[in-house]
Ligand binder design. Sequence first.
Ligand SMILES: NC(=O)c1ccc[n+]([C@@H]2O[C@H](COP(=O)([O-])OP(=O)(O)OC[C@H]3O[C@@H](n4cnc5c(N)ncnc54)[C@H](O)[C@@H]3O)[C@@H](O)[C@H]2O)c1
Length: 345
Amino acid sequence: MDRVNVAVVGLGMGRHHLYCYKNCPQANVVAICDVDEARLQAVGDEYGIKARFTQYEELFALPDLHAVSVALPNFLHAPVTIAALKAGLHVMCEKPLAMTAQEGEAMVAAAKAANRQLMMHFNTRWHPSSQAARQMVEEGLLGEVYFGRTGWLRSRGIPGLGGWFTTKAKSGGGPMIDLGVHRLDLALWLMGYPKPVAVSGAAYSELGKELAARQGKSFDVEDLAAGFIRFENGASLILEASWAGNTHKREEGFTILMGTRGGLHLDNGDGEGYDFRARAYREMGGSLVEITLKVPPAATTAQAAFVQALLDGKPNPAPGEQGLQVQRVLDALYRSAAEGREVAV
Ligand SMILES: NC(=O)c1ccc[n+]([C@@H]2O[C@H](COP(=O)([O-])OP(=O)(O)OC[C@H]3O[C@@H](n4cnc5c(N)ncnc54)[C@H](O)[C@@H]3O)[C@@H](O)[C@H]2O)c1
């Protein structure tokens, strides 16, 4: 196999997958699927894809199809991913892995049983600032990371008000499962995925319900959640996520890591554009020195890494098991918030 035949199911964020596959010389986009026929036609025409389906089961039966991106609303991640794996396809699944760890466990088990790859679309990792930060970590410049703070805060930015995003039965939760999932993965990935053991969380819905009610829309998830995570190795991490909060920046993403030999500060989004900055801190000559990392242009994408792993027959760099680890922390954070006490992960 010198090229991977891929398809994309769900053409909202799925259009980004298509764009990335189209720019990957070793990927061949053979088909797309969406229940929204107008969207299916528009995206098919834009990308010149003739094979179009409204039923994913029919797409999965295509001969010579190797892999599929599942970019559907969260409640469909588990059933559609499992169906694809059972049909013998490798899967790249959008974040979050699922709505709950229980669903995620079934997905990871299905990938093992089918001997197929399951990769998470944790695309924040593929941003050049994240890659540069990871290289610093790998070169030992931070020493042992023992504390971090990571989050994504919006002052006003509820996606799809009244739709699946704000309906717990279809999303699994609000900003924590939507945005926090990215920043948690990024921090864990830079910290070497230490084993989480306990979480203390809090979740609020002070503004979301009111903002939704003003527009006659439904909203039954949190609008802000935060947690304190303890790891087996003694490290700890604060995680924050909001879609609505009375704060000064429209949007900010951050990941701060403190290690025994150096520190890192990744900034994503300043409320205007969506810029990425990376700074590092090291003691030099008795002074604490700030270094601004020169961030190179994007070298690759998650989709290209997925395709390469399939061609090489090697494990992919963002396996379903890591998605499950993230999901277990999110589950514990929500459980802790509901019970008002620290809980085991
Ligand atoms: N990684 C990222 O940066 C990022 C960004 C946005 C969204 N996402 C994730 O992508 C997923 C989709 O989010 P979105 O914003 O694209 O949502 P969306 O609602 O805009 O798009 C979902 C699409 O799926 C289609 N669909 C629904 N049910 C279907 C079915 N049974 N079969 C085929 N198509 C079906 C809908 O018609 C729609 O076009 C979510 O899991 C979300 O968390 C990730």
